[in-house]
Structures are given as C-alpha cells and as structure tokens.
Write a protein that binds this ligand. Sequence first.
Ligand SMILES: *[C@@H]1O[C@H](CO)[C@@H](O)[C@H](O)[C@H]1NC(C)=O
Ligand SMILES: *[C@@H]1O[C@H](CO)[C@@H](O)[C@H](O)[C@H]1NC(C)=O
Length: 986
Amino acid sequence: MACGHCQLLQLGVALIAAQMVATYTYQNCIEDQDSNKQSFKCMNRKKTNISAILYGLPESVLNLTISRNDIGKIPDKAFINFHNIQQLKLDSNHLNTIDKFAFHNLPQLQYLDLSSNNVSQLSSSLFRSLLNLTFLSLGGNKLQQLPGEIFSSLFKLDTLILRENLINNFSRIVESVSHLNKLQNLDLCFNKLTSLRHSNVSLPKSLAKLLICNNNLSTLECGPSFLKWVSLLDLSYNSKLQAMAFKEIDLSRTNYLNLRSTGVKVATLLNITEINFGHVDFTGTGLNNDSLLRELCKMLSSKLTSIKKMRLGVNDIRYLSWDTLSDCPKITESLDLSQNSLTSKNNNGLHCFGFLGKNVFLKNINYEHNLLTALNTCRTKKRFYSIENLSFRYNRILLISKNAFIHTPNITTLKLNINNVAYLDKHALDGLKRLETLRLDNNLLTDLFHSTFKDLISLQTLNLRNNRISVIFNRTFHSLGKLTILDLGGNKISNFQSSALKGLKSLSKFYLDGNNLKKIDMSLYHVFQDTLTVLDLKSNLIRFFKQTVHAPFVKFSKLQNLKLGGQRPHGLTLVPHAFFRGLGNLTSLYLSNNQISDIADDAFDDLTSLRFLTLDGCCNGNMALKPGTFKNLQKLAVFILENAGIQTFSKDVFGNLTKLNKLQLNHNGMQSFDVEALESLPNLRYLDIRNLPLSCTCSNSRLQNWTLHNPNVQVVYVYNLSCPKGEKHSFYNYDTRVCYIDLAEYLFFSTAVFAALFTAVPILYVKLYWKMKYGYYVFRSWCGEQWRRIKEEEENCAYDAFISYNSNDEEWVMEQLLPNLEGNGSSFKLCLHHRDFEPGRDIVDNIVTAVYGSRKTICVVSRNFLQSEWCSLEIQLASYRLFDEHRDVLLLIFLDTITERQMSSYHRMRKVMLKKTYLRWPGSDGINPMQAQDLFWNQLRRAMKTGSKLETEYDDVEDGGAAADNYDFRDSDTRTLIADENFYIS
Ligand SMILES: *[C@@H]1O[C@H](CO)[C@@H](O)[C@H](O)[C@H]1NC(C)=O
Ligand SMILES: *[C@@H]1O[C@H](CO)[C@@H](O)[C@H](O)[C@H]1NC(C)=O
C-alpha cells in the first residue's frame, strides 16, 4: 500500500512538472496588461538578489522594470536568458557593483536606466555589447570618473544622463563621448565641474542639448567653437559663473541659453557675445528694477525688432512703471513675469498693462506666483486685442472688480485659480465674449449671480471647484450654451433652484462631487440630457432607504461615466431596483466606499455596455451578491472588487462576465474559491487575490494548483499569498499531498471491499444456492400480479391439499394416499401435479398456485424427495406460509427413516420439524401393520381438517431463525404425535 502511494505521488509530481512550462504566474513581477508576456514590472519587492527577481520570467520579455528594490549587485550574465530585452530599468536600487559582463548578450537593448543607485565605479567593457543602446542614464550615483572607453561601442546613443554624480573632470567626459555621433542630449547637472576645459577633442556635432546646471563652474575655458553646435545650453545655478567667461565663445546657433542664478550680468554678456539676444532666458538674472529692465529693452532693440518670448521670471521685480517695456523689441508671443514680487499696492493697474507701452502684440502674459491681491477696474480706455491667455494663478487675489478684463476683450483662457477670490463682481467678467476656458477653482467664492457669466457666450470650460458655493441660483449659467465642462466639485451645494441649470444645452461633463446634495434630482439636469457623458456625484450626501425609487437616469442615454462613490457619511446604503435603467451606453461606473448592504439583483441589468466597474470598499461587512446580479455585464473588462466584504466567489454571481480581463479581489473574506467559477471567465488575464484569508486545506488544493499552473491568468504575486496566521507554509507550497493520500486510501479501501465481495459472492453462491433460488421464487411470486390472485383464491381454496412428492414415490401416492383421502369414505380434494397442474404453464407458477390454492401442503418426504429441486421449492413455499404468514399449511409425511446428517442440509425442513408435528408412514413391516396404517390415515385426516387460519400459539417458539437454530433438537420429542415414533435424528 505504501508503495502504491509513492507511485501515485510520482505520477502527480511528473504531471505538475510537465505543467510548469505553461505557468503564467511570476514570483516578483507583474506583467503589463495585454503585453503578451513582453512587459514586466518588478517593483518594490525588497529583493537584494536580481536572480530572485528574474526567476520564472519568460524569454520573450522586452521591457523590464526592476526599479525600487534593494539590489546591490548585478553579476555577470545576469540577463543571459533574456536576450530580447529592449528596455531595462534598474533605477532606485542599492547597486554598488556591476560586474564586467552584467549586460552580456543584450543586443536589442535600447534603453538602460541605472539611475539612483550607489555606483561609484564602472568597468570599461560594461556596455561593450550594447550596440543598439540609445538611452543610458547613470544619474544619481557616486561616479567621479568614467573609464575612457566606456561608451566606445554605443554608436546609437542618443541620450546620456550623468547628472547627480561627483564628476569633476569635464575633459574625460568629452573624450568618452566625442565619437558618439548620434548623441543629442548630455545631462551633467548637479556634478562637481569647475570649468569646461577639455583636451584636443570636441563634442559630437549632433549634441543639441547640453545641461551643466548646478555645478561649480566659474569659467568656461573651452575652445571658441566648442559649443558651436549646441542649441540648448543650460548653465543655470553656477553661481560663480561670470559674463566674461563667454568672451569669444561662439554661441551663434544657441537658441536657448539659461543663465538663471549665475553671476552673469546680462548687459555685459550681450556686449561681448554674438548670441541672438532673443534666445537668452532672462529668468533669474537679477533684473529687479525698472532701470535695468529699460536698459535691457534698449539693448535688445538695438539688435532685434521682435522677440518671441520675453522671460523675466524670478527677478524679484516689485514694481513696473508706466512704459517700462515700451522700448523693448516687439514681443510676439509671451511675457513671463512669474515668481516675482509684484503687488497690487505698488502697481495700481498692473494688470491693465501700462508697462507694456507700445508693446501690444503679445498673446500670453503670465503673472503666476506673485503677490497680487486685487484686480481692479482699469481706468485706461486702451484695449489689448492681441492678448489671448492670461494667468494669475498662485497670487493672493481677494477681489475682482467690475470690468476687470474689459481691456482684453479677446482672451480665450483666463486663469484665476488658486487665489483667495471671495468677491467676484457681478460684472467682473463682462465683455469676455471669446473666453473659452475660465479657471476660478480653489478660491473663496460663495455666490454666483445670473449676470456673472452672462457675456461668456463662447465658454467651453468653467471650473469652480473648491469654492464655498452653497446654492446655484436661477439662470446662473443661462448664457453658457457652448459650455461642455462644468466643474462645481468641492463646494457646499445643497440646492439648485429649479431653473439653475437652464441654458447649459451643450454640457457634456458635469462634476458635482464633494457637495451636499442629498438626492439625485435629474429633472434639474434635463437641459443636457442629450449631451451629458460624464456625471460625477461622488462624495455627496446621497442615501437610499427603500428598494423602489424612480429610476433617475432613464433619459440619459449618452451617459458614459458615472461616479457615485463615497457618499457621506453613511454611504448609499442600498442600490435600488432598476436603479441604472436607461444607461445603455454607460462604460464606467464607480460605486466605491458606500457601505452598501444590499444591491437589487436587477440594478445592473441595463448596463450592457459597461466596461469598467469598481465596487472597491463598496459595502459593509458581509456582502452577499445575489446570483445573476452581473448577468448582463457582458462587456465588462475591468472589475475592481477590493475590500468589498465578499465571502464567496461563485459561478452564479460571476459566471456571465465573459469579457472580463482584469479582476481585483484583494482584501475580501473568501476562505476558498470555486475554481470552476474562475475557469468560467474565458477572457480573464489578471487576477489579484492578495490579502484574502485563504485556508491552506484540501478545500483549496485545486485553487493552489490552478493559481500556479493555469496558462492564461496572471495571479498577482501568488508566491506571497500566505496561509492563516501561525502556519509556516505559504499558500503556493502548503502540502496538498495529504489530500491525494486520502484519496489513495479511499481507493485502496474501496478496492479491498470489491475484492472481498468478489471472493465472497461465489462462495456464498455455492453454499446458499438453494436459499437464494427459493428467495428468488418467493420474491417473484411476491411481486408478480399472481400474488393478489393467489390471495383471493386462498379465501376459497380449490383443493384441500396439495401433495408434494417425488415421482419415485408416485406408486405410494397413487395406491395408498389417493384411495385413503379421496375415496374410502373421505372426500378430500387433492391436487396432484401430474393430474391437476395446468399444462403449458410455468412449473414454478403451477407450484405457487397449487401451494397457495390448497389449504394444506402435504409433503411426502423420502430420500428422493429431499434430492428433488421442485420438492424443495414446494416445501419452501409451504414453510414460508408457516413461518412468515403464520398459516399452518404444512404436513410432513416421512416415508423413509432419515438421519440427522441427511437432514442437515435441509435446514428449513429441520426447522419445520422442530416446530411442527409430522407423521411417519409405518410401512408394512412392523408388528400389526394394518392397525398402524389405520391409525396413520386417521391422524392424517384429522390433521387435514384443522384450519389453516392464522397460528399464534407458536409465536413464542418462532422467534427468528437463530432462536430455532439454537433450539436443542433432542428436547423436541414431546411434540411428536406418533407414539411409536423415535424419529430422533441422532
Ligand atoms: C539592433 O536592433 C535591430 C532591430 O531592433 C536588429 O535588427 C539588430 O540586429 C540589432 N543590432 C545588433 C547589433 O544586434
Ligand atoms: C426659479 O425659476 C422658476 C421658474 O423657472 C420659478 O418657478 C422659481 O420660483 C424661481 N426661483 C426663485 C427662487 O426665484
């Protein structure tokens, strides 16, 4: 038996090993959706060993992200099995050692990120085989030096990032990249460079962007044409760098030069270089007063007639006087004044652009991050028709007066967000007929009036999020016929007046999240019922108390995205019947965090287009989803059901989701899983079952096997699933052999029982052949329709006695018995088989009929009789009547002396003899035979006359076969009727 187990197990192990090949479950990685086993993220796994991370990944991987682990070393040939990799990210580990052949055999690698590690040394041949590499980042390490040949074969390199290291030798860097004639971007910011001194080599001509910000440059000391081909040069935050360093350096092709926070005096620079003035970024160059700015404008004008972008941010400008920029070249695109210290106090009318003077052609003005507190009415009649975009974000604006923008009638975007606007005059926005985007979010507005937006007939986006609006009055938006996006989220709205939304006939996206709405009154929204696609009602006070409500969304057939999550403070509580009726085009539904205790089983019935559903944290405690709840969601692809209190996962609830691709079930109450239910989701590719109290018992042995070996579904981090507390195994490796051993034992025992039966049956058959055969006949007569007929017949019996005898004894029957009972003064009617049996009928039926159709059955017992099959049946049937029906029908006549040994195989007859009287034919030999024969016939006649009615006097004796069997045969002589009889079978 033990060995049987071994074989069974070996077979199992072999099967499992064979299946291993098709596994779809990774130890430390998650495959990107639909990436076809090509793109993997293995992040935040706290692994120190790279081979542990790579374990089990398929050869087909192209993109591999191993960021944010604790890997310290990449050994030689670490990726030898993954020669197709194109993109490899190893950033944010603890790498300090990268072996010489770490990236061996990665001919397709194009992107390699080694940033944010602890690398201080690299081997010169490390990147030698990466002939296809285009992007390499070594930023955020501890590199001081690079070996000269390190980039020698990276002919396709386009971007090299060396920022945030300790590099102090610029010359070595130039030497190592000078031959890379595809190199376009070189980032050396945040290093220790003090100059751009270099040996007799040059930068590749391809290099367009050179970033050397945040170093210690005090001089450049490079050849005059060294930077000739660089178009973007960032030298910012080199505080010691002076203008004189640029002397004679050719920057003629530079179209962006950043000198922020350097010691460079702009005026000096412009005097000594040939740079196009329009390409210098004046951000953070200390131009903090009016006269410096005026001087700059004059210098620029001396060389330029127009300038695209005038960047004057971060100059600590407090004050701009009348006409300050009037002498500047014509600014054609944008003016950046952000991050200065402009205030409203010193600049009354700053936003009225007096400082621009004649410079009235620009399109965009940026005032972000200043100290403005008010936007007052402009007194000037001057109009700035070119201005399109105005941003006042991140100021301290508290009030906006009447006609504040009347001088910029053509603006299309106005950003007033992230201020303190508490007072917005009813006419502040008058005249802005071209305005398309208005940002007023994150202010302190409480009231909107019907005239506030009355001129904004072109407005498409209105953002009023995070204000303090509590009521929307009648006709507030009545002019906004073109508005498509209205964001009123994060206010205190509890009430819309009944015509509040009138006029919003194009509205497509309506955000009302984070307000105080108590119900969904879609009658208010009817204005845009044909255009609304997004409705966000998250985090309001909506709650349902009864299962039947008027379905609110019936007419919103265009709605695609509906958010109802996180209702405060009690949640939705329930999802009423047919609640989403009419939403046949809805694709996304959010019901998270709602303490739902009941979802009507027809709630989702209309959502036949739904592709995304989240019930994350939807429900309170035990959520029992009803069978068929999701039956119509046949397009659902992503289902987030995290932390929803689900206790069981069954086919009748989830079985219809045939398009389901991604299922997140973490943090629920399931202890086991119906694997068939999982298998009934044909498109499932991603399953998250982390943080379930899965039991590590035989009930989950199928699940364990499925999670590890099914070929289609990625089960996230299956090797981290744990067993309940206190168990030392994990879910993936808890011992399920015991489950199969049990099975083996069952198999063993059931086989044993079968074997025993098959052995016993033939023996019993031989031993109990007759018993069984009688049993069969008795049973047959029991069951046959004959039974009833026999019963009836018995009431008026056809015969007085049925004579059962063997044909060898026929002579005695015909010559002795028949004359004595049928003739000779007695008139018993006897049934003899050769005379009275119905011809052509089955002999068994005849016997049964005869036994049951006669009051008595007389058995003529002789040695021949005992050997006859039919006689046995006859006595059997008669004794059945005696024992089982308690009818005394049996009379035994012994013709021969029969010994106990001969008797012993006729157990039933012996029993009859114990119970019943019997007669012995005295024969013709004894003393006075005629007298004895006369006595015999008399006694027989008397016995035949006794009724066959129910016998009860034997009940105490007849106590089941066992009692009769144990009855001592010798003690039964007292019942012998015949005096001379010593028919003891001894
Ligand atoms: C570089 O990649 C291309 C296509 O991705 C491939 O055909 C080529 O063989 C690779 N180069 C090398 C040197 O392997
Ligand atoms: C708002 O307008 C409706 C008619 O559209 C009117 O019945 C209702 O009284 C108005 N509400 C207020 C407060 O003026």
